[in-house]
Ligand binder design. Sequence first.
Ligand SMILES: Cc1cc2nc3c(=O)[nH]c(=O)nc-3n(C[C@H](O)[C@H](O)[C@H](O)COP(=O)(O)OP(=O)(O)OC[C@H]3O[C@@H](n4cnc5c(N)ncnc54)[C@H](O)[C@@H]3O)c2cc1C
Length: 379
Amino acid sequence: MSLLLDAQEKWDDFLENKITNYEKLRSFDYGPTNKSSVSKLSPYISHRVLLEYELLEEVKKKYRSQKINKFVEEIYWRIYWQGWMENRPKVWCNFISENNYEYDIETYEKAINGNSELGFFNSWVNELKTYNYLHNHTRMWFASTWIFNLGLPWQLGASFFFKHLYDGDAASNLLSWRWVAGLQTKGKQYRFSSANLRKFSNNRFNVEKISNRQIFLEEKNQIPLDDEIYKSNMEQKSETLILFENDLHVSTLENTLRNYKSVFIILLSNDQRKIKLSEAVLSFKQQIVLEFIKQFDNVTQIDPLKLKETLVNIDHLDMIYPGVGENNDFMNSFKKLNNKVIFNLVRDQDLFAWKFAKKGFFKFKENIPKINQYVFQNY
Ligand SMILES: Cc1cc2nc3c(=O)[nH]c(=O)nc-3n(C[C@H](O)[C@H](O)[C@H](O)COP(=O)(O)OP(=O)(O)OC[C@H]3O[C@@H](n4cnc5c(N)ncnc54)[C@H](O)[C@@H]3O)c2cc1C
């Protein structure tokens, strides 16, 4: 099955048949084989096979009812997290460079192998490894159990998610873990009750009590605001373009890509990653990359190890900006080591929306009408 086709079919079906029940059902996780309460589009949205702004535009065209507002808001959560991370990239730098956590190794090993003393938690571990996906509510329960019951560092939990999720994404993953831990909204931790677990798992997990430890995490240092990204735009400055697997939206990149003499797409292997991904996640990424390449005649995949050799005579490059994360880190060190000038190409809609994501989501939400207006004008 083609993944690009699957993405489109899943979206069409969701838009036609499921979106109006989303608000009512979205908090329920009916189990790994029944995810009818949510869209399951995240593997595609996180690789921008489906583009947030296009989804919003299609929803707006089709529905006037208030019933779709919750879905629209969830798409905006993703945009908000991306923007928040772009405004404070130091959060990622700290995460990727820290490694001296104190924790009980046996508890950790048991947790990641699905052998902890908590049956419900073990079943989520197995579900994550088998399906490379978890429902949002289950991710919240998972992270809360990891931090407050098992007493493990949130950073290791986020890395475990990266390894196994098809939709693993620097901003949404890291910032959601921080949100559960009480770091994102200062002092506000996410803890859940057995009644909440019972109800929203549709009675699949019936435990008497959820025990938690008294754990209070604090930011070690102030996280500074950064506005470097706002110097970017989408203007072509070179004849060579680099892109990565996490921004593959064919129809909005089509015109841009055709103007370049050569376009290279890079998929990092585990050798170039600080956080190693599972085979399943790497194969998923490889498949969408191959399908994307087939749509163009000037795009080739390039082995990251051969980048230096391929670009030996090229000093100035454009890059579809892959966002804060491993891909960007890889290019930053390549650029420094090889003395290249790289121009980030960032979509106007992203730049417009991200600047409202400097504080909490509710401040951001007040600006959604403004962002909508901007996005829809430019479509
Ligand atoms: C601890 C934790 C880790 C997470 N890690 C990731 C991650 O690595 N990548 C990722 O894409 N999402 C992550 N999320 C957010 C959310 O859980 C997933 O986006 C969602 O479960 C994907 O399933 P879906 O497509 O069926 O979602 P739906 O409920 O159908 O939502 C539609 C789309 O809206 C966006 N969305 C929905 N909820 C959120 C949210 N809370 N935050 C950001 N975007 C949202 C996603 O793009 C999603 O595909 C995480 C949440 C938690 C609590």
